[in-house]
Design a protein around this ligand. Structure first.
Ligand code: SF4
Length: 493
């Protein structure tokens, strides 16, 4: 267990997340105490393997003591030059990082950064005209990031900035449309996803509600122009040909396409793809699709319950080319149960033969809502132990095959704290991913569980409006979802 005593309750989340970054499976307790001097009395009978950290926030300094059992004791102090909360937060995290790094005898490549978007800091600084050198020193001094991650963040942020400068993103917004149906549920899935077969009788009702929300959305934002559309899920191509065509025709009829730079549809599961569906996507001006194998090893696909074959991936990809799709992304996951470096190498070789325009490399996250989490004991012996090597291999492969990293995000509960990276050939980057991930403009999100985000440029702030997650609730309460957005507009827009 890791126990914190601290005389403030403002940084509990920061402490928790940083402690879990060092010790992902350890219990973390945080006690906010008024008199910090009393805290040290409580550790007398501490078991040998427990860690205790006592942090005292004072007017112009932070004083910290860290103990592991009765053998190890560390003291760190740092002066604080400003009373702004973020100065205290960053200094406190540095001191906690230094003590845990000593105790665990490891360093974390992202240093004290535990958030999902480390590149956002770098991108904001680049946009403010800071030099690469000053950003690099800032990332090192403030957050103790490794040189490798600083280089990667700079590379990505520079690419993002160049792409953003080509579009008038501040005068634009993006539309997200969610289809929460899939052929079946993957082992690691934590999204709201419903089996298209089992929920067949709900699909028409869902589409009816969704189309109502789309019609409403077409007049919702009037002061900026629609820049990108992203239909995700779930698996949008789980819909039948007829349903898919009706949905896309409705979008085409209701939405103003005159300023659209990109229109993506996730055709994620190869077992949901037909030539006719791919032709429908093309007919309605979809410019980018995603066909996601996750792995090209059949034994892995069977373990993760994808219920499609490796051959189906190849066939779906070739059909997409036949239908004229010239911007195809593929997603893979590293760290899947039972995989080793040879499996990842094989997957990359097979993807190389298909030659997609972009490749997104995810690291397996064990999410609370996933079946993998519930059945974790069954898979614990299949956990790969060379994930760092897998990440290096995907980095080398993308580099030598002409793909550049262009967006990055991190997730919690990921093996080896590895990030997800989108790679693309020049000019084939997904704008929506950048705009959404870096909070660069408003995202109007429709469908069950969809979360709209509204960005305020004057003060860095994002406000969110959420739709209900459950399919049944969304269908029954569609008018309320629309009303939520109307209310939000009256209050904040
Ligand atoms: S395809 Fe994606 S959304 Fe569908 S079950 Fe698998 S992980 Fe979940």
């Amino acid at each position: 267990m890791i126990k914190f005593y601290i005389n403030s309750n403002e940084f509990n989340n920061d402490l928790y997340n940083l402690a879990r970054a060092f010790y992902p499976f350890t219990n973390v307790e945080i006690e906010n105490v008024l008199n910090i001097n009393e805290a040290s009395d409580q550790d007398r009978n501490r078991p040998y393997n427990e860690i205790m950290i006592i942090a005292s926030l004072e007017e112009e300094a932070i004083k910290l003591k860290a103990y592991k059992g009765s053998d190890e004791e560390y003291t760190f102090n740092e002066s604080i030059s400003s009373s702004y909360k973020r100065f205290y937060r960053n200094a406190l995290k540095r001191l906690v990082y230094m003590s845990l790094s000593k105790i665990a005898k490891v360093s974390l490549s992202w240093g004290t950064l535990t958030g999902v978007r480390p590149t956002k800091i770098v991108l904001d600084m680049l946009e403010n005209g800071e030099s690469k050198e000053s950003i690099a020193s800032f990332m090192k001094d403030q957050y103790l990031c490794s040189d490798e991650k600083i280089d990667l963040s700079l590379q990505i942020a520079e690419r993002e900035l160049a792409l953003l400068q080509e579009i008038d993103y501040k005068n634009g917004y993006s539309l997200y449309i969610g289809i929460p149906f899939c052929p079946n549920t993957c082992l690691y899935c934590s999204f709201a996803s419903y089996s298209i077969e089992k929920f067949e009788n709900q699909v028409e009702l869902y589409l009816e509600a969704l189309m109502k929300e789309i019609s409403f959305a077409s007049t919702y934002i009037t002061d900026t122009k629609l820049t990108t559309i992203y239909i995700g899920g779930g698996t949008p191509t789980s819909l039948s040909e007829n349903q898919l065509e009706r949905l896309l025709a409705h979008i085409d009829k209701e939405i103003d396409f005159s300023n659209i730079k990109e229109y993506t549809v996730e055709a994620g599961r190869p077992d949901s793809i037909t030539l006719e569906k791919l032709e429908i996507l093309k007919k309605y001006k979809v410019s980018r699709i995603s066909i996601n194998p996750q792995s090209m090893s059949q034994k892995t696909l069977d373990i993760i319950g994808r219920k499609h074959t490796v051959d189906q991936v190849r066939q779906a990809f070739n059909l997409a080319r036949e239908a004229g799709h010239d911007n195809i992304n593929m997603d893979i996951i590293i760290g899947l149960p039972g995989e080793n470096i040879d499996d990842v190498s094989y997957t990359l070789d097979e993807i190389n033969k298909l030659n997609p325009e972009s490749l997104t490399v995810h690291a397996l996250a064990v999410k609370r809502a996933a079946r993998l989490n519930e059945e974790i004991d069954k898979y614990k012996d299949l956990r790969p132990d060379d994930i760092g090597q897998m990440r290096r291999l995907t980095g080398e492969y993308t580099n030598s095959s002409g793909y550049n990293p262009y967006y990055l995000y991190r997730q919690k509960n990921v093996s080896d704290n590895i990030e997800n990276i989108g790679y693309a050939r020049p000019g084939r980057e997904c704008l929506y991913n950048i705009l959404m991930m870096e909070d660069k403009h408003n995202i109007l999100a429709l469908g069950a569980g969809a979360m709209s985000k509204f960005v305020y440029y004057d003060k860095p702030k994002v406000r969110r409006v959420e739709n209900v997650k459950s399919l049944k609730d969304y269908i029954e309460r569609i008018d309320e979802m629309i009303y939520r957005k109307i209310k939000f507009k009256e209050e904040f827009l």
